[in-house]
Structure formats: structure tokens, C-alpha cells
Design a protein around this ligand. Sequence first.
Ligand code: GDP
Length: 529
Amino acid sequence: MSFTDEIAKRRTFGVIAHPDAGKTTLTEKLLLFGGAIQEAGAVKSNKIKKGATSDFMEIERQRGISVATSVLAFNYKDKKINILDTPGHKDFAEDTFRTLTAVDSVIVVVDVAKGVEEQTEKLVEVCRMRNIPMIVFINKLDREGKDAFDLLDEVEKKLDLKVTPLSFPIGMGYDFKGIYNIWEKNINLFSSDSKKNINDLITISDLSSDELDNLVGNSSADKLRDELELVEEIYPEFNREAYLSGELQPVFFGSALNNFGVRELLDCFVEIAPSPRPKDSDTRTVNPNEDAFSGFVFKIHANMDPKHRNRLAFVKIVSGTFEKNKAYMHVRLGKNLKFSSPNAFFAEKKEIVDISYAGDIVGLPDTGNFKIGDTLTEGEKMQFKGIPSFSPEHFRYINNADPMKSKQLEKGIDQLMDEGVAQLFTLEMNGRKVIGTVGALQYEVIQYRLEHEYGAKCTYENFSAFKACWVRPEDAKNEEFAEFKRVKQKFLARDKSGQLVFLADSEFSIQMTQSKFPTVKLTFVSENV
Ligand code: GDP
């Protein structure tokens, strides 16, 4: 197979959802279709269980699982599919945001009864901003839920999307009869106990014929006819270009747990979802079919075994091929590195491979060279854009609790920040260190890992801040910026890359500051370039 064919057959995507909507269940069923796993239960849910032993032990367990499920690859039809894991728990949302920089499309799972939930709104907003193609899967149709039209409405309003259903449920919950596949024009009848397969599909060429009534009964048949008429009136016809540019989102209905409606979703996905997309760097747009390799680190995973401090850096290949034992340039460090054991992923296993293609993810064993956002090339000096840092929501001073171990503490903090566990801010005034996190759970993770992996001890102290605002003066030399720095001296810090940050203590203070110093722009997101 030619190099361009290899790239064209890749489909790299993420499943996003609010916890409990059915992301893990759906992922598992998708893998079953690829023949990648033998039985249900193979994909471990990596959500934080409420009330589990103690939080950090739970997190350690999670880390083990999430290495295994970081990338799940399988072949289906003639496509190579890479599913990237995206944690749903809000304390790990940053991880998910970063992973979204490495996907070429997403599937959004929505619970039929709960509708659009908070975490889904946040994640979809990021995808929308980046024009990532999205397919929506409305799950748990075997349960009583909201009316299909109401749900489609809710998806449009809350997620600010333009949808068109490609399948439509026949009844719901107790009365759930099956699904009409608008895309393929056939009916799949539901029975929760049978092991359904593709042969059970019934092709309906004429919806007005008695055939439909015989299958689902008169009243359901009439209702479906009316509903499909309405669908045709209200929703635009599916158009692949509009989907690919993020302007139209097809919707499927089903029940992941019953493996119902999943094949329809997958068959449509492999047909319409994009192959690897071009990506912007600070100097130019890079195309996947370019011969020269390029890629970027979107995730770093620490080794579970503290005796081997190796980490695994996950690289999304943007262009060309990545080969074992070939020297590549680490642009930020300006040095060449070779990798003798790059990992590729297949289902829940990882194995060492000689060659991987644009669209694939490789895991590179690393002893501390990488941080999130780093670019690798064949020598070209460029940096991929778009790995975001969001303002943390929690802030605490971090203190050294064992003066004999200050080197270890420093190294530990440094590496954990490179992994993206939290953000470090150093106060301009006195050099004290403040750790900012998205969720309170991270403080426990950091303390535990510093002790067990680096032999260092830390304590925390309250630091009262509301948000970190990255400071972007329109003119760094004007009087207003100098005055801003003088007045806000106490609240200014540097992030790890040396950018100036204003640690505001309230929403009010941000507003006041912005109106007093209008040329000093404050933003809540920092991109790596
Ligand atoms: P995640 O947190 O999004 O990964 O959700 P899970 O896949 O772990 O599913 C959450 C719960 O919903 C589990 O108890 C699943 O068994 C259940 N579930 C998933 N899909 C369905 C479905 O189609 N119907 C029903 N009734 N339950 C489902």
C-alpha cells in the first residue's frame, strides 16, 4: 500500500461525554466490531469512583488503566481507526482538552434521559472553536428518555450546533421498537435479549407500504412516518463538506449497552469521518502527505513503577512517517533524538513498531526531554500551535517539608508540570511558588507522587486567587503597562514558560483592572505559541 493510501485510511478520533453517558461502553462496542477484543468488559472505565477507598489510591489505579486505554486502535473495513481516550471527570478536563488537539474528529455521547450535560457543553465548545467534525450519538434508548425532537433541539441550543439526524428511534424505553436508519434507509428492530447482527437489518424501500406496519405495528408505523416527514422538513440534508468543516453534525440514536445502533454509527463514521487533517504551526500549515515527518507531544504519562522513572510521551504524527532508530529534531531543545523502542497501540496492547504514519499516535519512552506541546521534525524549525493551558480554578502555595530534599522537590515539581498535572506560578515579588489546578484532586496526586516517585515532601498553604489571567499588553513599553505592573505587583507571577500572569482574587478585580488598564489585555487561555 502506498504511503498516501496508508495515511488516507487513518481515522483518529476521540469520544467525548459527560461521565456516565456511556463513553466506555460505546468504545468497547466499537472495538468489538473491529474484532480487536474478544469480550465485553475489556475496556476498563477510567472514571473516578465516588466513595472509593482513598482518592489517591484510586488515582493510582486510574493511571494504570489510562496508560492501557490512552490509545485504542483497530481495523474496520479498510480503515485503521485510532480512538484516543478522553477522561470525563472534570478534574482531568485539561487532559481531555489537550487530547482534543490530536484528534481529527469526535463522537459526542449524550444520555437520552439526562440530555446535554455540563461537561459535554465545555468539551463541545472547544471542538467547535477548532471546527472539529462531530457526530452525536444519543445513547440509552432502551430507557425512558426525552422526546427525540426535544433532544435534537437541546443539542442545537445548548451545544450551539446545527444537526441533522441520520437515524431515528421508533419508540423509546419500554416501547422501544428499533431504529430507522435514514442514512442507509433500513430498519433495525430492537430486542434486548437477542444477539443481533447485520443480517437482521430490514431494508425498507417504501415507507408508505404495509411492510412497515407489519414490522412495528400500525401506530408506531404512522408515528414514524410523521416524524420522518418532520425530520425532512426541519433538518437540512446531510452534506459531508458541511460536516467536515464543522458546520453540520449528524446525529445517531442507539443503545451502547445493547450494542444497538452502534454498527450504524461506525459504518457511517468510517465513510464520512476525515482522514488526518492539516495542522498549523507557527510558520506554516503542515499537510499529512508531506514526506518529512513532523509531530507533537499531547500527553505525557509517568511510569507506574517508581523504580523506573521513564515516562511515555504520546506523539501525534502530523505528517510523513515515524521510523524506529531514525534521528528526529526536538525543536525546543534544538537537538536530535533517536528512539529505539517507539510504541504503537493496538486495541488494549502496545507494541514496538518500525514505522507509523501520519494520523497515528506513537508512545516514546522518555527520561525527561519532553513536555506537553513539544514538536518533533526532520530538522525544520517550527512549533505546532494550539495546545492550550486554561486558567486553573484552585491555587495553593507549595512549601518544602523536608529541607534535605529540596533538589528532589524541584525536580519532581518540574516533571509533574511538564506532564501537565498542574501549573506552576512563581510570584514576581518574592519567588514563592504557587500551584494552580483545575480540580482539588490534583493536590493529593501531586503530594502523593512527589513522595513516592521523587522522595520529596511538600505541604500546601492557602493562596487566595480566583483566576490566572495571562497578561498581553498592547504596548509593553507604554506608561499604562508600567503602572499596571506597579499597582498589581503583589499579584503578578510568571508561568513555567516565563509568561506574565495576573493572579486575580475576584471577578470584580478582573473587571476593575480591565477598565483601568484597557490596553493591558487579560486572557484565561494561554496557547503554547
Ligand atoms: P462513561 O462514564 O461515559 O464511560 O459511561 P459508561 O460507559 O461507564 O456507562 C455508564 C453506565 O451507563 C454504566 O452503568 C453502563 O452500563 C450504562 N449504560 C451505558 N450504555 C447504556 C445503554 O445503552 N442503556 C442503558 N440502560 N445503560 C447504559
